[in-house]
Design a protein around this ligand. Sequence first.
Ligand SMILES: [Zn+2]
Length: 465
Amino acid sequence: MCYVPDMGNVTSIYIFPAFVFAKCCIAASKLPHYGSYMAEMTQERLSSEIEARRDQLIALTQDLIRIPTLNPPGLNYREICAFLAERLAKSGFSVEMVRAEGAPADSAKHPRWNLIARHEGANPGECVHFNSHHDVVEVGHGWTVDPFGGEVKDGRVYGRGACDMKGGLAASIIAAEAFIAACPDYRGAIEISATADEESGGYGGVAYLAEKGYFSPDRVQHVIIPEPLNKDRICLGHRGVWWAEIETKGRIAHGSMPFLGDCAVRHMGAVLEEMEATLFPLLATKRTAMPVVPEGAKQSTMNINAIHGGEPEQDPDYTGLPAPCVPDRCRITLDRRFLIEEDIAEVKAEVTALMERVKAQRPSFDYEIRDLFEVQPTMTDQDAPVVRTVTQAIQQVLDTVPEYVVSPGTYDQKHIDRIGRLKNCIAYGPGILDLAHQPDEWVGIDDMVDSAKVMALTLAALLSP
Ligand SMILES: [Zn+2]
């Protein structure tokens, strides 16, 4: 339901409901002193508050899945933000909807809306922020359930975005509501954001908000991103990315007399051969100390995303018939993932050096390298307060020592680190990473409940009065 009838050009909306604290706070507890009677009591109380909300957690996840926030093109962003705003306002949060006006892909047809909700404790203190992206990737083929039905079956909720990451978003909301109910006189603040476009780089979402100061260290001190990294793992960061396009240049001529032209596709063949002979073996020797999962991503990697030479297939007049021409252009797109130990300038220099080696062997060879996109690697220190606190909470709730991991691909932590300058940030949430973007995506209900308990206990540890 949309509670704002018409937003027109308004880019920011504030709602300040009265705070209503339904229950009394439990006695002050200091969670870091584990084993104490008070800590146990806190855990039990939070646990039962969350168990009591199990049905709400399922229903909220279903409601979120039923708003198809497909990206591209960026559908229903305003609807999902308005839905969450209404929900969180009822729980005592002040809510703000922010449109990333002017950000890449923001348009009148597909505006990039974000929601930021904040709940103030009884006394000043630190702010814990849960950031989830609300967009989901395309449906794809192979589904046996309705991708936007939110079907519940065998202890799982199914749908596009169930695992990545509407289940995590729902878990963080339930965790915050349960904690506030158990401990209304907490100190500090809790923020929950639902942001746009993570799946396409986060420029209309976290990057925009970070530039506006929403993730500045004087406003927010701890950030948890409930991406689906499994409930017993803490993700400290991600590798870097460099996307680039390489074009080889030739000269057009009649295809029956190729000796009169210069074939750009053959030049590209020489480039690919040189990559196989020297670059891929070099990348395999570059290993990282980052705990990247899976194992194969513990080294530098490179994917060749696309290759095209000859007639442009995107041309609306393209017939598919062969052209009697020597191709004068050939392009490939590179997706190079690099390690925290590498410098991006060195990553680019390796490719330039390779192109120069090819050039030295081919008299007429010429080329161009164009940067498309880059992301620096990021990794939060294992001693950071949010890492230590979530570690203890996982040990308490799941009775296991969490695994520290680093993601092979990137997520919004890059913007929080680079633009927001906030280092105390991790990804922690329910859901199995491998299920993200797959057909029949699901999130386990018990996993959501368990990770909500971990999140609530984290709040108790960081914000106890
Ligand atoms: Zn995600």
